[in-house]
Design a protein around this ligand. Sequence first.
Ligand SMILES: Nc1ncnc2c1ncn2[C@@H]1O[C@H](COP(=O)(O)OP(=O)(O)OP(=O)(O)O)[C@@H](O)[C@H]1O
Ligand SMILES: [Mg+2]
Length: 328
Amino acid sequence: MVLVSGANGAGKTNLLEALHVGTQGFSPRARSDAYLVRFGESSGRVALEGTRADVGIEVDVVLAPGDTRRLRLNGDTLRSAEELRARLQTLVFTPDRLGVVKGGPAARRAYFDRSLGRLFPSRAQLPGEYGTAVGQRNAALRRVSAGLASPDALRPWTERVTELGSTLVVARQETLALLSPSFEHAAASLGLPEATLAYEGDAVTSEQLQARLARDLERGATGAGPHLHEIRIEAGRRDLRSYGSQGEQRVAVLALVLGEKAVISERSVPPLLLLDDVLSELDGDRRRALGELISDGGQTIVTATAAAALPVEPSQSLFVTPGAVVVA
Ligand SMILES: Nc1ncnc2c1ncn2[C@@H]1O[C@H](COP(=O)(O)OP(=O)(O)OP(=O)(O)O)[C@@H](O)[C@H]1O
Ligand SMILES: [Mg+2]
């Protein structure tokens, strides 16, 4: 476990962000590569060296906003960030991630669909394919309402949406079933007992979509299906979105990340864990419990403004000042 400390604005989050870009091919916070490139420069680069299960890894990512990213892994050019993610796994907690618990259902769907991709790599494309199919069906609905196409034109899209939709619902339920035990365990260790994840929503059939066609045509949007489903995160039957305290919400997000780490570690190589600003709002007991949870297996990098905030001894302590990282 590596502890990264430094003052506000020193660059701790930037450092974790660079590790995320270098191992996953995208930033957990910036929407566009333009934010990642140093002010006044036209391109940026992340070069990483490390090992994964004793095998050497060298990654080189070049970001040139407006141009496609260039990714290289051990000298080979990769066609997409998915190829990088299939080889290296990184889980991240940042304060923005609280949106997974606090935000609307779309934030939870997006989060769990990423977990789905990490836990079932062969189905990683499924959420995107389903989203594309819904978009195409919605476009067809609007063409039909505008009198530019006959309702028959909807049939292939309706079929694709229902087929991919039912596969997606099953994959999401399997993802939650796989995550739940370790999520519950991590949450309980962090002082949040009886935490549960529950999927809300059923796959829709073509008949059900047909039955609501008039409404969907009027709105120009497919009004039922997994793109509208909810994943409830509860503790002791309380929905943490509405009733969780700030600290409980933080613990729930952390437990999701730690739970997924446990699942991945059981099946293959432990992922890299990046925990940004995780200690604020956690009381002493929870900090100690977290320290123990992250000390077993895999590499974890934790940031804090004060090195003393973490009650366990890190294997390495780094100190960040603007533009420089030194071993403390
Ligand atoms: N593209 C950029 N080019 C240069 N500097 C940037 C760029 N994007 C952000 N910064 C600056 O980098 C600095 C460090 O930000 P960072 O978020 O890493 O700090 P931090 O150490 O995590 O602070 P905190 O403890 O407050 O979370 C900020 O002052 C920010 O304005
Ligand atoms: Mg920060």
